[in-house]
Ligand binder design. Structure first.
Ligand code: MG
Length: 342
């Protein structure tokens, strides 16, 4: 009888530009590439671990050493397998996501279908993706904005001391809708509201994580007074966090690396919709592996921010594409990727 075999490899993603947001700056992102092998079929997964979130290639390797996936002889028992993975140790969200994505890829390949079809989503219902412009000098912001011309939505990182300069610089080049992400960088709810009113006049469509996640009452006040939707990102991790955010935020940003993978991220999007909240599907710096996995469920997202693979120079997978700014699914079984020849 066949059994599931786990292989994992550290890999460093090279960013095309130094990426600066309100709390940090970086030029590389460590990931762990996962292969789950069963009966001659390989499912691919990825754990992306930007250092500020606390996971690393070492912590992921330590977690994977604890797993005994060889005990499972039926990959279709996904709930049982992923419950076992989740209960093996606390946290390790991205490391768990790597296994979850690889198992989805494996099972999809065994069924001969991509996950968007297994779940029943129509491939034309994918959202446009925003293209992220990190905090930078006007010259670089202008250059990045010009390069982002095919995208139908731009995501501007703000929250340092040059918010208006960032937005005005983008607006000097294009009228494309913008969303902003303050990464908890603002402090005062009244100043935040003033800034949001100005952002609205600049064609901004929503605001992500304006204030520190601990300022719950201030955020609820801001959401009640803001003409633009206020989206939670740092304020939530997993499924258990979603319901408590209703009434405090307008919606949530779901990411596979926060949510331990596709199984739970899919449930989070469904729950948020059932609660009448806005939904956003985001990412870390990732290869086309994790981006293609997230795109399988992107019909559930009001907005997508799935550009992580477009910001790196050494993607080793071919997967979903962006055409005229919109996510394009393909018919490849599993999560829709092939590994590039080495
Ligand atoms: Mg964010």
């Amino acid at each position: 009888m066949a059994h599931i075999k786990l292989h994992y490899y550290p890999y460093d993603l090279q960013l095309e530009h130094t990426f600066t947001v309100a709390v940090h700056s970086r030029t590389t992102t460590p990931v762990m590439l996962i292969e789950l092998e069963y009966d001659g079929i390989i499912g691919y997964g990825e754990a992306a671990m930007p250092p500020y979130l606390g996971e690393s290639q070492a912590s992921a390797a330590e977690f994977y050493k604890k797993l005994d996936l060889n005990q499972f002889s039926d990959p279709f028992r996904m709930e049982e397998i992923l419950d076992y993975v989740d209960k093996t140790a606390e946290k390790n969200y991205a490391a768990k996501a790597g296994i979850d994505i690889a198992l989805h890829d494996l099972v999809g390949k065994m069924l001969g279908k991509p996950w968007h079809k297994i779940w029943g989503y129509s491939s034309e219902n994918t959202p446009v993706t925003s293209f992220t412009i990190g905090i930078d000098s006007p010259e670089i912001v202008k250059e990045k904005t010009l390069k982002a011309a095919p995208y139908k939505m731009l995501k501007a990182k703000v929250g340092l001391d040059n918010d208006k300069e960032m937005i005005s610089t983008i607006r000097s080049v294009t009228g494309t809708p913008i969303c902003v992400d303050a990464n908890q960088g603002w402090r005062d709810k009244y100043e935040a509201l003033d800034e949001i009113l100005w952002l609205e006049s600049q064609g901004v469509v929503f605001v992500e994580q304006p204030l520190p996640k601990e300022q719950i009452e201030d955020i609820a006040w801001l959401t009640a007074h803001s003409p633009l939707p206020i989206i939670a990102d740092e304020a939530l991790q997993r499924l258990e966090d979603v319901a408590a955010l209703k009434g405090i935020y307008s919606g949530i940003n779901v990411k596979l690396m926060k949510a331990t993978g596709m199984r739970e991220a899919h449930k989070m999007l469904q729950l948020a919709k059932a609660l009448g909240m806005k939904t956003m599907l985001g990412c870390m710096t990732e290869t086309s592996c994790a981006i293609s996995a997230a795109t399988q469920m992107s019909s559930l997202a009001d907005w997508a921010d799935l550009d992580g693979n477009l910001l790196i120079t050494n993607d080793i997978f071919e997967g979903v594409k962006v055409l005229d700014g919109k996510m394009q699914l393909n018919d490849k079984a599993g999560i829709g990727i092939t590994k590039k020849a080495e």
